[in-house]
Design a protein around this ligand. Structure first.
Ligand SMILES: [Zn+2]
Length: 281
């Protein structure tokens, strides 16, 4: 694993035996690999990495101190995909508009260089980004003129009850304090505001063969909805979607992966979840 080199310099969290969702301390081991385990909480069923990756390892990845197998830093890797990331941003903004969230104040948590909020701004949103990486945040501020703060969602200084939409794309499962982050996001949303979150699915194949980032959580719709409920959201809707079979970039191989169920299980799956903060229900 490309980020495992960073681990040798850091001590894994030893105080994380408690489940980050329900607080229960009892779990069973599912798989073991390179001194790490994938475990299953006996109380709530949350599947997670144990021990969880400490903050320093996450930071080393996003700051570009560890490099991808290609030799590129994460910033370079992220920006190389700028064209399709902008296309994806616009598809997501279309979906938001269909859900009657076509404007207002939008916060993107883990916004990286800010491509999504750059596109959202073009649609008339008042945008704000936060990211724990100063390198990514600085890129977005300098190149796109965006307001991106170097903050963790679990401890942000943003104003309460001020956002119509908060998006959390593909960063939730790497968080070291996911419940605190969601509780904070809940407090940032206006009544009736929307949180839209996508995250890594509890895909054993992904953990065994295709782990690229320091994922702590492997969520299912059930555990994702439990997170929402515990964070105070009144309505939640989580589902599993197969994003792409990114074991290969070759279109023919991708199609093959989709058609063969066993191989398809190795393909990347996401839990996609929407929750409204709600009001009085
Ligand atoms: Zn639990």
């Amino acid at each position: 694993m490309w980020f495992m080199a960073a681990l040798s310099d850091f001590k894994m969290n030893e105080d994380c035996a408690a489940c980050p969702l329900c607080g229960h301390g009892s779990f069973e081991k599912l798989f073991k690999k390179s001194g790490r385990q994938l475990v299953h909480c006996r109380s709530c069923g949350l599947v997670r990495q144990f021990p969880m990756f400490p903050e320093e390892v996450r930071m080393a990845c996003w700051q570009g101190e560890t490099r991808l197998p290609s030799g590129r830093t994460f910033v370079e890797h992220y920006q190389q995909g700028e064209v399709w990331r902008r296309e994806l941003a616009n598809r997501r903004l279309d979906q938001l508009r269909e859900m009657n969230f076509g404007g207002g104040k939008l916060l993107d948590v883990g916004c990286a260089t800010g491509i999504f909020i750059d596109e959202a701004r073009k649609r008339g949103f008042q945008v704000q980004g936060i990211d724990i990486s100063s390198v990514l945040a600085e890129y977005g501020r300098h190149h796109y003129g965006l307001d991106i703060r170097e903050e963790d969602a679990a401890a942000t200084s943003l104003e309460k009850d001020s956002f119509d939409v908060v998006t959390v794309f593909d960063v939730f499962s790497t968080m070291s304090s996911p419940l605190a982050a969601l509780q904070n996001i809940h407090s940032l949303l206006k009544p009736g505001g929307l949180i839209w979150l996508t995250t890594c699915y509890a895909n054993i194949g992904l953990w065994l063969f295709k782990e690229e980032r320091p994922f702590n959580l492997y969520l299912t719709p059930r555990t994702m909805n439990a997170f929402f409920t515990r964070a105070g959201f009144s309505r939640g809707l989580a589902r599993v979607v197969v994003k792409n079979a990114n074991l290969s970039t070759h279109p023919g191989i991708k199609r093959l992966l989709y058609r063969i169920p066993v191989l398809n299980s190795l393909a990347r799956k996401m839990v996609e979840a929407l929750a409204w903060k709600g009001e009085g229900d």
